[in-house]
Ligand binder design. Structure first.
Ligand code: GAP
Length: 469
């Protein structure tokens, strides 16, 4: 199904297609919108579901050494003290004293002063801003507060009376539920080290500079693995998981030439990491982090052992040895992968419609594994005998695949819609179908059509979609 992809799409074009076709809507729009929030429409919900399913199948179902978990969004507040998030999970901010606009100080210094802010302390950032006195991009004044740290965790309360209630956090990463449940999973699942626990779930971050469509969100889903190992095997495990991540990206059709690896410098490393490598993707706004792989050492389990008083060590029976497992963490965001897949799939090409009129064909060349609909069933015209037959074919296929049925507009326009939402195959019911029970199948990428017997359709479609591969 692969075809050349010559087009680099702008974010505006993508966002407008995504809205028009029902992938992504601006959040709470009937109330005037809620800045930096998004809702996923019928096609977006399918795409997300397919991404998550592909991840689960590849990283958990396929492997003997992996199990899943579905931990809570609300965890004991001490979890975030132990994890270091209360003390360390913050961004440096500055405020304009005149218009009260707020900016992330490190990106501000990089973008406005052209100076690398990597690893700079709050004091150093403040000194740079005092020295260069940049103008506020909103009001033009040069009156800045000192740089301050701002924790990214959202807070909420358990209990009806806010003042007397326990303050808790919405989790900023799914990882901690895995660490907190490590011992229970070990006891209930009969796994032995090395093994991993994977989880998909929402995470929340009060980001100061969200933006770039759905790239940086306040609320997003993570797909994370904590892989528990003996400390001396961390380098081999790191390489293994780096390769696994690359294979997963290939499996869902991401173009290799738009992916690259980036090693974190020592200044950049998160408070828990000894080594981090990002998979970066070439987004329309440049190379940016798509996913990460971190060597978290025994930091998390050790800290939770310390803060909870529970023994979180592991006993290796073969070696008769007790130790705190070390951890390799492959992690990626669902929406960020969603955006990369949209960018990657987008293509435009000159084409001629069924009436011989030239037009620009917009096509999302999704890998069939992640395409929202696997096929569309279309009666050639809205005639009762064709509609009845087409509905019967759609019902047959719905037992196996996510199918769209569409009888509106001309056949040419319906093909265009399916191209634009990335449906790999269009199945058309015409008058010949009524005679011999065959239909045409149109291939999204080549636009070639052939005839297939209805009785063979589920099998033929499964084969062409690459099921079982
Ligand atoms: N447990 C490790 C961890 O949370 P991270 O690099 O902060 O590491 C992991 O996040 C992944 O989650 C990122 O690679 C990215 O895909 C996604 N992600 C992080 N922050 C995000 C945000 N504000 N909006 C959307 N996705 C985000």
């Amino acid at each position: 199904m692969s075809a050349p992809h010559p087009v680099t799409v702008s974010l505006d074009t993508l966002a407008s297609l995504a809205k028009r076709r029902g992938f992504v809507y601006p959040g709470s729009e009937i109330y005037g919108g809620l800045a930096n929030t998004w809702d996923f429409g019928p096609l977006g919900a399918e795409l997300k579901r397919n991404i998550k399913q592909a991840w689960w199948e590849f990283f958990i179902q396929r492997r003997e050494d992996m199990v899943g978990l579905d931990g809570g969004i609300l965890l004991h507040p001490r979890v975030w003290e132990a994890s270091g998030h209360v003390a360390e999970f913050n961004d440096p901010l500055i405020d304009c004293r005149n218009c009260k606009s707020r900016f992330r100080a490190d990106t501000f210094v990089e973008e406005r002063l052209g100076i690398s802010a990597e690893g700079l302390s709050v004091e150093e950032l403040t000194r740079l801003i005092e020295e260069y006195q940049p103008a506020c991009p909103v009001c033009g004044q040069r009156n800045w507060t000192p740089v301050r740290r701002f924790n990214l965790m959202f807070k909420t309360f358990i209990g009806p009376v806010e003042e007397q209630s326990a303050q808790v956090y919405l989790r900023p990463e799914t990882a901690q539920a895995i660490f907190v449940n490590f011992k229970q999973v070990l006891q209930s699942s009969r796994q032995k080290i090395p093994f991993g626990i994977g989880q998909i779930g929402k995470a929340f971050r009060n980001e100061i500079t969200p933006g770039n469509f759905i790239f940086r969100l306040l609320e997003f889903e993570q797909m994370e693995i904590e892989y528990f190992i003996r400390p001396e095997s961390w380098e081999a495990a790191f390489e293994h998981w780096l390769a696994e991540m690359g294979q997963f990206f290939a499996r869902i059709g991401l173009r290799a030439e738009r992916l690259r690896l980036r090693e974190h410098s020592p200044h950049e490393l998160s408070h828990y990491s000894k080594r981090t490598v990002d998979y970066e993707y070439l987004f329309p706004f440049g190379w940016k982090e798509l996913a990460g792989l971190a060597y978290r050492t025994d930091y998390d389990l050790r800290r939770h052992q310390e803060y909870s008083g529970e023994d979180l060590s592991y006993f290796d029976q073969e070696r008769n040895e007790r130790f705190i497992p070390h951890v390799i963490e492959p992690t990626m965001g669902v929406e960020r992968l969603f955006l990369a897949l949209l960018v990657d799939a987008y293509d435009e090409e000159p084409a001629v419609d069924v009436n011989g009129k030239p037009y620009t064909r917009v096509v999302l060349r999704f890998h069939p594994r992640i395409a929202p609909y696997k096929a569309a069933v279309l009666p050639l015209m809205r005639k009762p005998e064709l509609v009845e037959k087409a509905r019967a074919v759609a019902a047959l296929l719905r037992n196996h695949f996510m199918i769209e049925y569409d009888e509106t507009q001309s056949i040419g326009r319906r093909y265009r819609r399916q191209d634009e939402i990335g449906t790999p195959y269009c199945i058309t019911i015409d008058y010949q179908t009524l005679d011999d029970d065959t239909v045409t199948i149109r291939d999204r990428d080549t636009m070639a059509q052939d005839r297939v017997a209805i009785s063979a359709l589920p099998h033929v479609l499964a084969e062409r979609l690459g099921y079982g591969a």
